[in-house]
Design a protein around this ligand. Structure first.
Ligand code: NDP
Length: 493
């Protein structure tokens, strides 16, 4: 299926707007609703139930019941695996509608939502389903006096709260849901209030895939109410959060009541370094995609660009040309390559950084809003900002890159690592020694060499330093959704 042969009725009604609790779509207890907005137009798409702390309480109760007593607790690992795999299949079959919803709510081009976000989320369910049958412990030869058979079991944690942001609403939900469910947990998912619709549709697909009631709950609402209650809830065993470092700190505070496990995938200010021996054309293309993809709303966005003096002018001219060519527009316009930023609030935040940047550096290209309707921002390149300027230090989370010239490897590594963040980075070089030595010295959870933004369900992703705790994806993620139990059996006859 391609974008062009898929008829899209952009205005078709949205099927699921309530909360999903205990296997049923229900209104919020107090009947409240809020508007969800199309960022391409600023218009209301529909109204969505606004959950409260009391709704979180009933979702957690449903998840607890499903974990302790429901059919989920008795399902064989291969049955759990089959349900998770089926959810991936159903998602692929639903790509046209799921893509429509994601584009309406988040703003990203439909081609990317349907052809990128949906298959990538489905791939997560397919990949992670296999772990359900492979959560193994080990037998341990112990040396304590006596005779013992000692082994470990890897067990689910219980009820897991998942708090996701608005930049990749479906994909980041899948990053968390797939391993949490494969491990046998039950979940309460809180989508960002700006983008609740794809999570609700995914909840419907989960029911169709055969997840018993209460295994997969969705509570829409605000971070300060629903998110906060989920993070502090004594009946939640773990919370996995993606979002800003500031909110990550609040989650930690809230989680300390019952010392719940916490995974944090937080912000970034990722350094992307172009050495003079790089394939310059590839570096220009990769670095442009690395910052402008998804209108720069990516935690791993290549937002700090360091270019060797010998190729600086060529690279910046090439990137400026690319930035000017990018078609920014409504996600349902098939020629759009990037959409708006996801909300009015975020538009104002990014716009304020454009003004800061004009004071701190020189505008190479961009720096302004596009049009009067919707939240569109020009792909922007700043240059010449001081190392301690705000546009180099702070996460902007928009289509904005700051370029800096360097001459020496030690110097550029010191600059690259001079940040509180440590999420991702890029290195462009044709020298294999430079590639590996620089990759080893960069303080970041992921280093892409001669590429940028390559993701795969098998690749662990997460942050060093203030970019977070724990990992999403890969084998490593399963440690974050399970606990180890040691069983020591006296077998002295
Ligand atoms: P937040 O970190 O506040 O939001 C992310 C999620 O956390 C949303 O679901 C939000 O809910 C929820 N949340 C907010 N407050 C709380 C709370 N007290 N307890 C529990 N959950 C909460 O990000 P913002 O939307 O405010 O964006 C601000 C900046 O954060 C961006 O400009 C960007 O720099 C960064 N960010 C980074 C992301 C990443 O992928 N690393 C993703 C998103 C943002 P709700 O939205 O409903 O209030």
């Amino acid at each position: 299926m391609t974008v062009t042969d898929t008829p899209i009725d952009v205005t078709a009604p949205i099927e699921h707007t309530q909360l999903l609790i205990g296997g049923e779509f229900v209104d919020a207890l107090d009947g409240k609703v809020f508007d969800t907005i199309n960022p391409s137009t600023g218009e209301v798409i529909t109204q969505v139930a606004e959950g409260s702390a009391a709704d979180v309480d009933r979702a957690v109760a449903a998840a607890r019941e499903a974990f302790e007593n429901g059919p989920w607790a008795r399902m064989k690992p291969n049955e759990r695996a089959a349900a998770i795999w089926r959810l991936g299949d159903l998602l692929m079959a639903d790509a046209a509608e799921m893509g429509r919803i994601e584009t309406l709510d988040q703003g990203k081009p439909y081609a990317y939502a349907m052809g990128g976000d949906v298959p990538s989320a489905a791939g997560l369910f397919h990949y992670m389903s296999g772990f359900a049958t492979k959560l193994e412990g080990s037998t341990i030869p112990i040396s304590a006096p006596g005779n013992f058979h000692t082994y470990t079991r890897r067990e689910a944690l219980g009820v897991v709260g998942l708090i996701v942001p608005w930049n990749f609403p479906l994909t980041i939900s899948a990053w968390k849901l797939a391993p949490a469910l494969a491990a046998g947990n039950t979940v309460v998912l809180k989508p960002a209030e700006a983008t609740p619709l794809s999570a609700l549709r995914l909840g419907q697909l989960a029911l169709e895939a055969g997840f018993p009631p209460g295994v997969f709950n969705v509570v829409n609402g605000y971070g300060s109410t629903v998110g906060q209650r989920l993070a502090e809830h004594p009946g939640v065993d773990k919370v996995s959060f993606t979002g800003s470092t500031a909110t990550g700190r609040r989650i930690l505070d809230a989680a300390k009541g019952n010392l719940k496990r916490v995974t944090l995938e937080l912000g970034g200010k990722s350094a992307n370094i172009i050495f003079p021996d790089a394939d310059i054309e590839a570096a220009i293309a990769g670095s442009s995609a690395g910052i402008f993809y998804n209108a720069g709303q990516a935690c791993a966005a290549a937002s700090r660009l360091y270019v060797h003096d010998a190729v600086y002018d060529e690279v910046i001219a090439g990137m400026a040309e690319k930035a000017q060519q990018i078609k920014v527009g409504d996600g349902f316009d098939p020629t759009s390559e990037i959409g708006p930023v996801a909300s009015k609030e975020h538009f104002e935040r990014v716009s304020s950084y454009l003004e800061v940047g004009k004071g701190e550096g020189e505008v190479v290209t961009g720096g302004a809003r596009i049009g009067e309707r919707g939240y569109f921002i020009e792909p922007t390149i700043f240059a010449g900002a001081a190392a301690d300027s705000r546009i180099i230090k702070e996460e902007i989370f928009g289509p904005v890159v700051v370029a800096t010239r360097f001459t020496d490897t030690d110097e550029v590594l010191a600059q690259a690592n001079d940040t509180r963040y440590g999420l991702a980075s890029g290195v462009w070089t044709s020298n294999v020694a430079t590639a590996h030595s620089v990759a080893a010295r960069i303080q970041a959870g992921t280093v892409w060499v001669n590429s940028y933004g390559v993701f795969d369900p098998s690749m662990p992703f997460g942050g060093m330093k203030e970019s977070g705790w724990g990992r999403e994806m890969g084998h490593d993620v399963m440690h974050d959704y399970t606990d180890v139990k040691t069983v020591c059996v006296n077998i002295d006859g």
